[in-house]
Design a protein around this ligand. Structure first.
Ligand code: NOJ
Length: 568
């Protein structure tokens, strides 16, 4: 670990992120200070006290840039400004300043794979034609077949349908997401320089780091003729050798080496974490190399069934690969793209845990109490692991997914592009409930809300959670506080050891941290084995089942429960 003192005498720990808890804010749905029905920057400023009280180390803001919102702001029209629905640049500066004063770091989302179709570059490209220099910042190609009636390749959009949109005279442009999100051409030096400028712009404004959207998608193989994909329906790399024409190509790493040079010019260096989806875990960790982004998301917990073996395997794999790459493991239970843990974890094993919720009544039955119980246990599992943990807004309230949005309420482009097969991701993006009695459950004072909140949100309102003994909010707050002493290590050490063999019956999943804390997680429906054998007597530090009191001796672990304990 290296510590650095700046010219004002402030001491910075360069590796602050290695054991941090990073709270993801989806600005549109967090807190709405001006009452227009959409959250805003001032709303975030107003809730800094809340975040500090909760105990998070950093906030990551999903995009707040000017955008027509074709994909919730991941369609950026201007990378160096704030959308007026969210506020102004000076309010952003105020947020950074006040967050830092509250000892909270600020991470922003960078969307380099595509721009909005109303970005000046794309408008220029359309105006000047597909063979113009302006168009070479994007990917324009002539279609196949007579007069180009067919798209140039079989590539599909992640949101459904072809990834090629016709733009006249047999020409098409590439969009791996919505058609309002044209893909940039990262072979272009101008594109690369522009992003270095954008990153520098935010670095100079004082942000502490970046979350890189679709980080594994920038370096397509655009050599002529373009290659079809072997199986176009597989969204993500199909082979572990970088041979896919779109995803996770080796050439992408050179881009991040340039970015790292920029990030390292700051003191402390800027943090960067890649959103790289791939079934080939070892390749994912290449993005986390020290001369590249330095960190990468591992989403295995956000996809795992509530199953002991699955958790054990994914935790072990994530941890080992991270250590090998010289980074910290990252732990994610949810984000703005996946159904909320407090619903997902109630699915029976084997039921579809597609990241997209189907619209036609095929959502498997979820037992809400079970889901709630397991989500609390999962929180102690995630926060009881060394590394960087990500908490998605509302997770600390135990907020479930809203499955009830009607077709005319849905805004996710997945819905239209999938021919109404997938409702999409709006169910985890509904504005947060802050106060059961207030309009819009305290999201604002006017009662407006860009996505309707269901009546049952009242039960999860933050104000009641915060003051209720044994609530999920209190569980998170206690866990975040205890984590400093028992889990986080200032020296960046992320080691732990599995201790199942020391436990009779071996039913709970168990690991021990160098601090002496042991985590026991029972995934079954039965009381888990006695904790005895050669293992020292343990007492409860924190339990996801509120009936196991702090300080009591642990003899059994209740079903669907995780317990943090220390030796008596
Ligand atoms: C990943 C983001 O998390 C998601 O919300 C977005 O739709 C896609 N990237 C495209 O930008």
């Amino acid at each position: 670990m290296s510590v650095h003192t700046d010219i004002r005498g402030n001491v910075h720990n360069e590796a602050w992120w290695r054991d941090a808890v990073i709270y993801q804010i989806y600005p549109r749905s967090f807190f709405d200070a001006n009452g227009d029905g959409e959250g805003d920057i001032t709303g975030i400023i107003k809730k800094l006290g809340y975040l500090r009280h909760l105990g998070v180390d950093a906030i990551w803001l999903s995009p707040f840039y000017p955008s027509p919102m074709a994909d919730g702001g991941y369609d950026v029209a201007d990378y160096c400004d704030v959308d007026c629905r969210f506020g102004t640049l000076s309010q952003f500066d105020e947020l950074v300043h006040k967050a830092h004063a509250a000892d909270i770091k600020v991470i922003v989302d960078i969307v380099p794979n595509h721009t909005s179709n109303v970005h000046p570059w794309f408008k220029e490209a359309l105006a000047q034609g597909p063979e113009s220099a302006a168009a070479s910042r994007y990917v324009f190609r002539r279609g196949r077949g007579r007069d180009g009636q067919l798209p140039p390749t079989n590539w599909l959009s992640n949101f459904g349908g072809s990834a090629w949109e016709p733009c006249g005279d047999g020409w098409y442009y590439l969009h791996l997401f919505a058609k309002e999100q044209p893909d940039l051409n990262w072979d272009s030096r101008e594109v690369r320089d522009e992003f270095l400028r954008i990153l520098k712009f935010w670095c100079d404004r004082g942000v502490d780091g970046f979350r890189i959207d679709v980080s594994h998608g920038l370096a397509k193989d655009l050599s002529t003729p373009l290659r079809d994909r072997v199986d176009p329906t597989v969204m993500g790399p199909q082979a572990a050798d970088g041979s896919d024409p779109i995803w996770d190509r080796d050439a992408v790493h050179a881009i991040y080496r340039e970015w790292r040079e920029l990030f390292n010019r700051y003191n402390p260096p800027k943090y960067a974490i890649g959103e790289s989806w791939s079934p080939f875990t070892p390749r994912i960790f290449q993005y986390a190399r020290q001369d590249e982004l330095g960190a990468v998301f591992d989403f295995s917990l956000s996809k795992a069934y509530w199953d002991r073996e699955e958790y054990r395997t994914s935790i072990g794999r994530t941890h080992d690969f991270a250590v090998e790459a010289g980074t910290s493991p990252t732990w994610v239970l949810g984000n703005h793209d996946v159904p909320r843990a407090a619903s997902r974890l109630g699915l029976p094993i084997g039921a579809s845990i597609n990241t997209w919720v189907t619209s036609n009544g095929t959502i498997p039955r979820i037992d809400p109490d079970m889901a709630h119980r397991r989500a609390r246990a999962a929180a102690l599992i995630m926060l009881g692991l060394p590394g960087t943990a990500f908490v998605y807004q509302g997770e600390e309230l135990g907020l479930p997914e809203d499955f009830d949005l009607t077709p005319d309420e849905i805004q996710d482009p997945n819905w239209e592009r999938s021919g109404h097969r997938f409702k999409g991701r709006d169910g985890c993006r509904v504005p947060l409930p802050w106060n059961a009695q207030d309009p819009a459950f305290g999201f604002n004072t006017t009662g407006r809300s860009w996505l309707p909140q269901p009546e049952w949100f009242a039960r999860y309102a933050e104000s009641s959670e915060e003051h209720t003994e044994g609530s999920t909010w209190q569980l998170y707050r206690d866990a975040l506080e205890l984590r400093h002493r028992w889990v986080a290590r200032a020296d960046g050490d992320v080691s732990f050891e599995w201790v199942n063999d020391a436990l009779r019956g071996g039913l709970p999943l168990a690991w021990r941290l160098p601090s002496g804390m042991t985590v026991l997680a029972n995934f079954s429906h039965e009381e888990a084995s006695e904790v005895s054998g050669d293992y020292p007597a343990l007492q409860v530090l924190l339990s996801s089942d509120p009936h196991l009191e702090q300080g009591s001796q642990v003899s059994v672990v209740p079903p669907n429960t995780a317990v943090w304990c220390c030796e008596r």
